[in-house]
Ligand binder design. Sequence first.
Ligand code: PMP
Length: 354
Amino acid sequence: MTIRPELLKNIRRTEPYVPGEQPQNRVIKLNTNENPYPPAPGVREVVQSMDTDRFRLYPDPTAEPLVRALAECYGVGKDQVFVGVGSDDVLSMCFLTFFNSEKPILFPDITYSFYKVWAQLYRIPYECPALDEDFRIVREDYYRENGGIIFPNPNAPTAIYEELDFVEDILEHNRDSIVIVDEAYIDFAGKSAMELIDRYDNLIVVQTFSKARSMAGMRIGYAVSSPELIRLLNDVKYSFNSYTMNQTAILCGVEAVKDTEYFHESVRKIVETRETAKEELKKLGFTFPDARANFIFATHPEKDAGEMFRALKENDIYVRHWDGGRIGDYLRITIGTPEEMKALFDFLHEYIKR
Ligand code: PMP
């Protein structure tokens, strides 16, 4: 049965975000920037000792233990932390709360593709200044009037990190706009804009447990900002869904935050593997912008990226590829374990020779 036009005209239709594939069989999975190592051991202990009788009850709507753990970790007040179901949930709430102007919001043309989807869903006007020929964000493009700004640092899928003076420059030029810095990959990169929070009342920093903390499946993200902006964000959240965080996620999140040693060691291993992977890719003739995330955005002068993507997939090695446009010649390769990377390079070595 098709929907009659009279009905259809009042129904919201959107072009949804397309997530990377989640194959359910065992493959070498380098396609969605997950962490190849398990979460901190304390997380397993929490899950194993979970009192399922408590599932009768609603969770703490404020997710207080998790908010407290994050506030202590970053040396900010509890009233400066907002948590949500992955940073996707946090970012989407931020769009709804802070991007409420008739002027267009600004984000790069090549970036996390969910931004465009939320802008369209919430009917927020937007403009997308182009990255330069080296895939860098052009700071002067963000000096114009706007209804808000968002960009990831490091950017995705390019993996390029901009130093804090760049972030600060954008904040300086936009004192009357909210600037959201999406730091999903910051732990693999450099300094976080978190240290600018006290100096800029227009800054919101968003981070996630999905990458460096190995918990993509638990869905935890957070924003840090001034108490005033966090309160406004919470007002919108409570107008949407009081209980976004489930009991298990709250407790697991606390354990992950507490184990800083495990966290640093996990990041160290991935960065080490990434640096070796850069050397291997160079030897194979690939070029790429300097990767500061847990992935590398690489192109090969002689090989078609789409064909390479399909050949890898046929051999159970999953990476990410987007058809067409400026990024159609590139593969985004998540950093896996050294063994997984070896399997990738063994395959590519043979493939490039063909
Ligand atoms: N921001 C960026 C730049 C990302 O690449 C991702 C991962 N897809 C996210 C946010 C969302 O991650 P999550 O919802 O798992 O925290």
